[in-house]
Write a protein that binds this ligand. Structure first.
Ligand code: HEM
Length: 518
């Protein structure tokens, strides 16, 4: 259902809310008029864009697959265009040159993300890294996240926590392989990555049996929260009305948020009750964050809500994105068996067939890295990055971008530009083998993790999780399609881009030593 049909339905079933419509109409019209007069006075106009309707603007015409819809609009209106979503002005940028102007030339001006009305509720008032405005608190939290939680040395120290879950998945897949049973890879990867994430959060604190119980409750809450975050919200299109919470979404978010808060309390109390001997051995995020909280370092001041918001953020930012990259990569490899064979040969050469893959092998597997890069190019899981919000009115590409508008960078479209990428629709990891593309966002034709100050804080962790798991799945198994099936790699837009249809394949054991499947 489009945002506007849900909006219309909602408003029509609310008796006595005529005044609400009146407020929407008047405030939106005055807002449009003000911006129109202002842009007329400026020498640089607003970007072009499709015509919309009064009050609701372009909302009724939005298509669910926003990345391809925006790509289509760029062909009509040029590399930068505007849309009105209710009272919100959205600017979409579809070229690497303009992305550079925003994320490099004007990096500081565009260094805020847009904050959704519901996001604030589930993030303790918006105190997490992605939602905080650019400033001292954001800088402090980001430093803690990158240098203390997700640094290479911390990742090395916590490798055993991630290994447990990958080996558990291999055991399960081996059982299925022995009976020739096809598996739904999306479901398996989802369980695996979500368990890897809970291991990283508090794997050193909570014992295995209890961890499974807490993990199940946790996954349920994450799904509830993600579903609510995805719902189109009148409060976001008409911020002046957000205090009325017309759809009740902010109120509904309070339930799962409070339950999640209690779950965090349970685990934190458990950690606080641990004896000194067990402490310090965990290497999980919770332990690191509580240590920082108790250090009283004036450069890293955390209260308990900061700790909880950080835990929540790691899950929401890190789980789905990594899971979908692994799934898209495996789908492409199952479809392109010749590429899969090259990858398996590389792993065999480095690891051999008498050992299992370890994270320490990753730097020696350039072809697997090229597979990850190509997957993120073709199936950019964060296709529009996060919406950026300029802190002052700025000119980009000769057009005015007003303060507080929402700016989307269509990285998905940039990654498929035929002027830059030869045969852009083709899955071809070779294109990354001899080029210097990395995940740091220095080249604006390749931006899977964004660029500039707000570039993804979790690249180091996602590289490890994605590469280690893909290498393990390819080393341990061949992958076949059930009879008559074919791989369908259609994409579905969401908080993270995912596969529209399930990926079902049959694992076939490739290593002769049964101990390598334990
Ligand atoms: C393959 C997996 C991932 C992809 C493709 C990805 C992509 C992105 C993108 C595109 C952004 C927004 C950049 C911008 O606004 O320009 C972002 C932000 C962020 N990501 Fe990731 N991400 C991934 C995994 C992770 C993981 C595993 C974590 C942490 C555990 C993480 C934590 C964050 C955080 C905290 C931000 C907000 C940064 C800020 O506002 O300063 N991400 N990510």
């Amino acid at each position: 259902m489009t945002a506007i049909s849900s909006l219309t339905k909602l408003l029509s079933c609310m008796q006595g809310l005529d005044y609400v419509l009146l407020v929407i109409t008047l405030s939106t019209l005055s807002w449009y008029t003000w911006l129109y007069i202002k842009s007329k006075r400026q020498s640089h106009p607003l970007p072009p864009g499709p015509c919309g309707l009064p009050v609701v603007g372009n909302l009724p015409f939005l298509k669910p697959e926003l990345h391809t819809y925006f790509h289509g609009l760029a062909k009509e209106h040029g590399p930068i265009f505007k849309l009105w979503l209710g009272a919100k002005l959205v600017i979409v940028v579809n070229s690497s040159e303009l992305a550079r102007e925003i994320l490099k030339t004007n990096d500081v001006i565009f260094a805020n993300h847009d904050v959704s009305a519901v996001g604030v509720v589930n993030m303790y008032g918006g105190i997490d890294i992605a939602l905080l405005p650019y400033g001292p608190k954001w800088r402090m939290l980001r430093k803690i996240c990158v240098n203390r939680l997700l640094s290479n040395s911390r990742m090395d120290a916590s490798a055993s926590l991630r290994r447990v879950e990958t080996r558990r998945t291999v055991r399960y897949l081996a059982d299925q392989a022995r009976v020739g049973s096809p598996v739904n890879l999306g479901e398996i990867f989802s369980r695996m990555i979500s368990n890897v994430m809970t291991q990283m959060l508090w794997g050193g604190t909570v014992e295995e049996e209890e961890r499974e119980i807490i993990g199940a409750e946790f996954s349920e809450l994450v799904t509830e929260i993600t579903d609510l975050l995805l719902k189109p919200n009148v409060s976001d299109f008409f911020p002046v009305l957000s205090r009325f919470d017309l759809q009740g979404l902010a109120k509904r978010m309070q339930g799962p948020t409070e339950r999640m808060d209690r779950l965090f309390d349970r685990v934190i109390n458990k950690h606080l009750g641990m004896d000194r001997e067990s402490e310090g051995k965990g290497n999980d995020f919770l332990e690191v964050l509580l240590k920082i909280k108790n250090e009283n370092d004036e450069n890293a001041i955390l209260d308990m809500n900061d700790v909880k918001a950080m835990l929540m953020e790691m899950v929401l930012a890190g789980t789905d994105s990594s899971l979908h990259v692994i799934q898209f990569a495996m789908a492409e490899l199952i479809k392109n068996q010749d590429i899969m064979k090259i990858a398996q040969q590389e792993i065999d050469d480095v690891v051999g067939k008498h050992k299992v893959v370890e994270e320490s092998h990753i730097p020696k597997l350039p072809y697997i890295l090229a597979i990850m890069k190509e997957t993120l190019r073709l199936h950019t899981v964060s296709p529009l990055l996060l919406p950026h919000r300029p802190s002052q009115t700025t000119v980009v590409g000769g057009f005015t971008i007003p303060k507080d508008s929402n700016v989307f960078i269509n990285a998905w479209a940039i990654h498929r530009n035929p002027d830059v990428w030869e045969n852009p629709q083709e899955f071809n990891p070779d294109r990354f083998l001899h080029k210097s593309y990395d995940f740091k966002g220095n080249d604006f034709t390749y931006l899977p993790f964004g660029s500039g100050r707000r570039i993804c804080a979790g690249t180091a962790m996602s590289e490890r999780a994605v590469l280690y798991n893909i290498a393990t799945l390819l080393h341990s198994f061949d992958w076949e399609l059930p009879n008559g099936e074919r791989v369908d790699i259609e994409e579905k837009f969401g908080i993270a881009l995912k596969m529209k249809n399930p990926l079902v394949a049959t694992p076939v054991l490739r290593l002769s030593d049964p101990n390598l499947y334990l």
